[in-house]
Design a protein around this ligand. Structure first.
Ligand code: HEC
Length: 152
């Protein structure tokens, strides 16, 4: 009798763990949106601006220059103009507003073509290899944000 209960308990715990690990695969952490911002760091820490600069430039990662000009990166060959220049953007928005913009720009503008960098579902413009994955990890979002915060 006891043994069966124990076995049932183990099966229940195991199945909960299986569900959790299926979610853990996506690496998406929960975040809270308030007043048009994600105020808390996704990692609990401030990102690294030097690393974030590389993520912003990297065509397979942030690729921010595909759509935005950034004077600080004028050594880089191509700057798009689909989006506004990011010069001075940290003076116009709070850190939390910029975090939300990077995580999911669609929350402020449903029709934006700016990709949601920290989101698993609902892409319409991303290539297949990103399916089921966010483009940037939580750490990369925080690093890019730390870099964007230097654009005053
Ligand atoms: C495919 C094009 C595209 C890419 C790639 C892109 N953005 Fe954007 N972004 C836009 C557009 C277009 C806007 C204008 C507002 C809107 O559509 O929501 C915008 C707006 C913004 C804004 C608000 C600027 C303002 O002055 O209002 C920030 C900040 C921003 N993007 C940061 C980034 C960062 C950081 C990256 C790289 C991680 C990035 N974007 C990549 C298209 C893009």
């Amino acid at each position: 009798m006891r043994k069966t209960k124990l076995a049932a308990g183990i099966i229940a715990v195991a199945s909960v763990m299986a569900v959790q690990s299926a979610f853990a695969d996506s690496h998406i952490k929960k975040y809270k949106i308030e007043d048009g911002a994600i105020k808390a760091s996704l990692t609990g820490k401030t990102g690294d601006a030097a690393k974030g600069k590389k993520v912003a430039i990297n065509r397979k990662k942030g690729n921010c220059l595909a759509c935005h000009a950034i004077s600080d990166l004028k050594d880089q060959p191509f700057h798009g103009n689909v989006g506004p220049s990011l010069d001075g953007v940290a003076s116009n928005y709070s850190e939390g507003e910029l975090r939300l913009r990077i995580v999911n720009a669609k929350t402020s503008n449903e029709d934006t073509i700016m990709p949601a960098f920290y989101k698993v579902d609902g892409y319409n413009r991303l290539i297949k290899k990103f399916k089921g994955k966010s483009v940037l990890s939580a750490q990369e979002v925080e690093d890019v944000l730390a870099y964007v915060m230097t654009l005053k």
